[in-house]
Design a protein around this ligand. Structure first.
Ligand code: 5RP
Length: 217
């Protein structure tokens, strides 16, 4: 039985199969993506560069000599590779454990193919065991929290964490997410919510779990 980190690494290295000559690659955030960046570094001269989803990944990419491009300049991307905190059988995800959910969602939306790289522990039948991250404008924290309580969730402020966009994170506990698309829409409509960590409206196209391509949409 391999460790979680070995499974993450195996998934990250398998994702390199999707990288093609001359591509600009969208790059996510987290410990699984760190393995992907290390693999990408070995082929950096064959790609155009990367669009990064966080200051953390930007620093890592640059440290490996990989050119980092602005999404506005890069335009639509052929490929986005990122991890997840949970993944259901329909490739719908919870993300944002690393607080980078908003930029991650923007890049996923801008990408033709989203390859999600996970370890086995991230696979669930129903999303919601992992507390759902929601990025909020600071002045709206209490308002958004009250709305979420009315929806049956229990929001906990991730105190001390400021996102790359200057905002705060609420982690919502006790949600059993049977309608991820509906909940994503509902949460995103609350004034003050920047985005929630549900990736259901735009799920992953390919999920690689412990190095195995699990399912293509
Ligand atoms: C960051 C994320 C990450 O993809 C998620 O938290 C998984 O991280 P890791 O690969 O370290 O398990 O959504 O915002």
């Amino acid at each position: 039985m391999s460790t979680a980190d070995e499974q993450k690494r195996a998934s990250a290295l398998k994702a390199l199969d999707y990288v093609e000559e001359g591509m600009v690659v969208g790059v996510g955030t987290g410990s699984t993506v760190k393995h992907f960046i290390e693999g990408l570094a070995a082929m950096k001269d064959r790609i155009e560069g990367a669009v990064s989803s966080s200051e953390q990944s930007t620093a890592l990419l640059k440290a490996h000599g990989i050119r980092v491009l602005d999404l506005n300049a890069a335009g639509p991307l052929p490929l986005y590779v990122d991890g997840a905190d949970e993944c259901d059988p329909h490739n719908r995800l919870i993300k944002g454990g690393g607080a980078a959910l908003t930029r991650e969602k923007i890049i996923a939306e801008a990408s033709e193919r989203f390859v999600c790289i996970i370890d086995k522990a991230k696979e669930v039948d129903v999303l919601g065991r992992f507390p759902l991250p929601v990025e909020v404008i600071p002045m709206a924290r209490s308002l958004v929290g009250r709305k979420i309580v009315a929806m049956g969730g229990q929001p906990v402020w991730r105190e001390g964490v400021i996102t790359d966009n200057g905002n705060w994170i609420l982690d919502v506990h006790h949600l059993r997410i049977v309608d991820p698309v509906g909940l994503e829409r509902e949460l995103n409509q609350i004034p003050g919510v920047v985005t929630c960590g549900l990736f259901a409206r735009r799920p992953a196209d390919v999920v690689i779990s412990a190095g195995e391509v699990r399912k293509n949409r």
